[in-house]
Design a protein around this ligand. Structure first.
Ligand SMILES: Cc1ncc(COP(=O)(O)O)c(C=O)c1O
Length: 398
């Protein structure tokens, strides 16, 4: 019976400490940075609410106002009758923020990557993708049926060799996360731009973890580095620093027209509820004006990363609000996460296949909602757990 093989494989996953289960977390609106789980209040060190906007009253009010005008759902895809007024307002604001000709909203980041990559590449083409890119980029490449040229993480010489090998392919697309989601380190955008020019490729940058976070007005890593004109496709999510839901793609007029005609998830799926879009426009306003959120976020991130590093943990090479505590063993990573929960901290264990075998970790993500006092207390607890579980001794400090 079909169920038997599933049961067997699930048992194997469970045995290897690799089974995933859903957990319910309850937000505490008056205390951003905390959540409830199992009747207990936990410091939230796992959400991607970088700027602490997910509970912002102005965003909720904008959503409520639009809900009363536009109703619950959009009723159809945008190309049919789902393209309500809030969409145009948000896309205009996104294009101005990104200093691009035009923007297009997608249902979420996963869908945006799948839709954009499969619209830009097909049989006979090649997509070059960093080994640590997000799963949605990988799935977009698979769906596109283009050749998948996977280069070692941030290894520019390996990418160069692959570009050379596939130099005669029809179209070439290089895709990278700007900030890698499980390691928190940056892509080598300057080197990628040099190579894309040399080999006449397009460059797509996924700013899921950098949009709202980097740049004076949160415009993302590429713009913050002055590389706007060298990146052909700017993609980002509206679910992390924006605190809402959805995704955007920004670029020139032709690109956006192309995607409107060719990105199948946009064409063949109902538009997001307009109230959500209205809330996102309000979030963008806050992202651009409330600079103190980014300052607090980076103060918190730097403090947390350096405290864990000084304690002797392996926290990788990043400098973003994503701080991995690399443990290695899957079972130990689960034990660590559950010990953190006992100490009042929600921080989830990330295991293969999300990260390579032997690199299971706790992925901490910081927020403007966290204070240094809370983080100091968290570091003390993390250190105690690290010593108890023998993680500190086994850390690679190189
Ligand atoms: C780099 C990257 N791209 C895309 C996504 C997908 O975004 P969303 O959660 O909006 O679907 C994520 C989500 O974790 C991500 O980390």
């Amino acid at each position: 019976m079909i169920i038997n093989w599933m049961k067997k494989e699930l048992e194997a996953l469970n045995h290897a400490s690799l089974e995933r289960r859903l957990r319910t977390h309850v937000p505490i609106p008056e205390s951003p940075g905390y959540m409830m789980h199992g009747g207990r209040v936990l410091l939230d060190l796992s959400s991607n609410d970088y700027l602490g906007l997910a509970q912002h009253p102005a965003i909720i009010e904008a959503m409520r106002d639009a809900l009363l005008i536009e109703g619950a759902g959009a009723g159809a895809s945008r190309l049919v009758t789902g393209n309500r007024r809030p969409y145009g307002q948000l896309e205009k604001a996104l294009a101005e923020w990104q200093n691009c000709d035009a923007a297009l909203v997608f249902a979420n980041g996963y869908i945006a990557n799948v839709g954009v990559i499969s619209a830009l590449a097909g049989r006979g083409d090649v997509v070059f993708s960093d080994q640590f890119n997000h799963a949605s980029i990988v799935d977009g490449i698979i769906l596109s049926r283009a050749e998948h040229a996977r280069y070692r993480h941030n290894d520019i010489e390996h990418l160069r060799a692959l570009l050379h090998k596939f130099r005669d392919k029809r179209r070439k697309l290089i895709v990278t996360d700007a900030i890698f989601s499980m390691d928190g380190d940056q892509a080598r955008l300057l080197d990628l731009i040099e190579l894309k020019r040399e080999y006449n490729a397009l460059l797509m940058v996924d700013e899921a973890h950098s949009g709202g976070v980097y740049g004076l007005h949160g415009e993302g890593l590429a713009l913050a580095l002055g590389l706007k004109n060298d990146v052909d496709i700017h993609m980002g999510t509206l679910s992390k620093s924006f605190g809402v839901y959805g995704a955007y793609v920004c670029g020139n007029e032709t690109l956006i027209r192309w995607l409107m005609n060719k990105a199948r998830p946009l064409i063949y799926s109902t538009a997001l509820p307009p109230s959500l879009i209205a809330g996102t426009t309000q979030a963008l306003e806050l992202i651009q004006t409330e600079h103190w959120r980014r300052e607090r976020l980076f103060t918190a991130s730097e403090f947390f990363r350096s405290s864990l590093c000084m304690a002797g943990f392996n926290v990788g090479n990043g400098d973003s609000p994503i701080v991995p505590l690399i443990i290695g063993n899957n079972h130990k990573a689960l034990q660590f996460s559950s010990a953190l929960e006992t100490e009042g901290i929600a921080a989830i264990a990330i295991r293969p296949p999300t990260v390579p075998d032997g690199t299971a970790r706790i992925r901490f993500s910081l927020s403007a909602a966290h204070s240094l006092e809370e983080l100091t207390d968290a570091v003390t607890k993390i250190r105690r757990i690290g010593l108890r579980l023998g993680v500190l001794e086994s850390c690679d400090q190189s």
